[in-house]
Ligand binder design. Structure first.
Ligand code: NAG
Ligand code: NAG
Ligand code: NAG
Ligand code: NAG
Ligand code: NAG
Ligand code: NAG
Ligand code: NAG
Ligand code: NAG
Length: 298
């Protein structure tokens, strides 16, 4: 420490003391943003959950497995789980970046307090009994990359604010009770690579804005009430590897543009209403290993 060099006598002692004190402060464990501690406790309390002791050592949420290298995704014993980033304010402040409440029979709505976990980049609330809407404040999580609420009975329209999540890589909202159309704003998610919307309750046509989702690799969209033609632009989403379109109310024919999808490994398509579909495009899908085609009304 430079402040401790070139000093003598009594002044030296005083300075050593001061330096020691400063160093001790710098080494003090970073603490969780108090607003987030309050929010986290409120969320878990509302849902009748307690923090796993593995991450709530000494009442400080960003401790234990929340801050070490432990993989909490694949560990059923650490659930609920959080992960934190403690590099803020010169490594004195931790923000909660991940919240996992997976398959814990949680009953209730998504609480308001969740919006105070503003640094979340990963939210996993899959397989609970969450009712009510997916709140529009979901669009405020500007760092969000992985959003998963599949397997809940969430209802109401999908909030258009989801289109604000410009860093989103994966959206999982399958098996919910949503209503209405896919909001056009989803086309703003230009980094999106994975989208799971099987049995989500949606209806109406695919928005034309989806033509902008050029990073999309996986789209599972079976078992909704989608109508209209499968849009031609799917042939210009060059990274598509998995496409599931069964069990909707699409009109034929299937667009020949799909012949462009040379990276497609898995195609599940069916239940296409009136309109004979030529399937010759399939011969150009050189990466295809899985093909299900039912009720194509050829
Ligand atoms: C971290 O620093 C920022 C900016 O200096 C400040 O606004 C914020 O309140 C600090 N956060 C905490 C939890 O101390
Ligand atoms: C964490 O532990 C403290 C002290 O044991 C307790 O007061 C607090 O409620 C716990 N927090 C959660 C979220 O379970
Ligand atoms: C978020 O945190 C602020 C500051 O701690 C608090 O005033 C506010 O009520 C919280 N909002 C919600 C919805 O809990
Ligand atoms: C979330 O964003 C909306 C605007 O979309 C804003 O009105 C609201 O205050 C934001 N909430 C928080 C907690 O930042
Ligand atoms: C969800 O929708 C299904 C089918 O419409 C319905 O049977 C079920 O009762 C709904 N569940 C809830 C919790 O709303
Ligand atoms: C095939 O892909 C190319 C390059 O992505 C694109 O320019 C073209 O429009 C696509 N063709 C069709 C029929 O979608
Ligand atoms: C599809 O068939 C239905 C009933 O068979 C008919 O009412 C409708 O006009 C047809 N739509 C098209 C686009 O051919
Ligand atoms: C498949 O590719 C060949 C050669 O690239 C092309 O001539 C043909 O039109 C394509 N077939 C379809 C159905 O697009």
């Amino acid at each position: 420490m430079s402040c401790c060099s070139s000093v003598h006598g009594f002044a030296w002692l005083v300075l050593v003391h001061a330096c020691f004190f400063a160093a001790a402060q710098a080494q003090q464990a970073a603490r969780t943003d108090p607003t987030e501690v309050t929010a986290l406790n409120a969320i878990l309390g509302t849902w009748g959950l307690r923090a796993s002791p593995a991450w709530n050592i000494s009442g400080e949420p960003c401790s234990g497995v929340a801050v070490d290298e432990t993989d909490v995704d694949n560990n059923p014993n650490i659930n609920p789980a959080i992960k934190c980033d403690c590099s803020f304010n010169a490594s004195t402040v931790c923000h909660i970046t991940k919240l996992k409440v997976y398959s814990l029979n949680v009953v209730g709505q998504i609480p308001e307090e969740l919006q105070n976990l503003t640094y979340l980049n990963n939210l996993d609330l899959r397989q609970n009994y969450l009712t009510g809407p997916l709140p529009s404040f979901i669009g405020n999580f500007s760092a969000m990359q992985y959003l998963a609420v599949s397997l809940n009975p969430l209802s109401g329209p999908l909030p258009k604010e989801i289109g604000n999540l410009r860093n989103l890589l994966s959206l999982g909202i399958s098996s919910n009770n949503f209503t209405g159309e896919l909001p056009a704003e989803l086309g703003n998610l230009e980094k999106l690579e994975q989208m799971y919307i099987i049995s989500s309750g949606f209806s109406g046509p695919f928005p034309s804005t989806f033509s902008k989702l050029t990073n999309l690799r996986i789209l599972w969209a079976s078992d909704n009430e989608f109508t209209g033609k499968i849009p031609d632009y799917f042939g210009s989403l060059p990274n598509l590897q998995e496409l599931r379109f069964q069990g909707n109310s699409f009109q034929g024919p299937i667009p020949a543009s799909l012949s462009n999808l040379t990276r497609l490994t898995s195609l599940r398509i069916g239940d296409i209403l009136n309109g004979s579909s030529s399937l010759s495009f399939i011969s150009n899908l050189t990466s295809l290993t899985v093909l299900y085609g039912e009720k194509l009304l050829l």
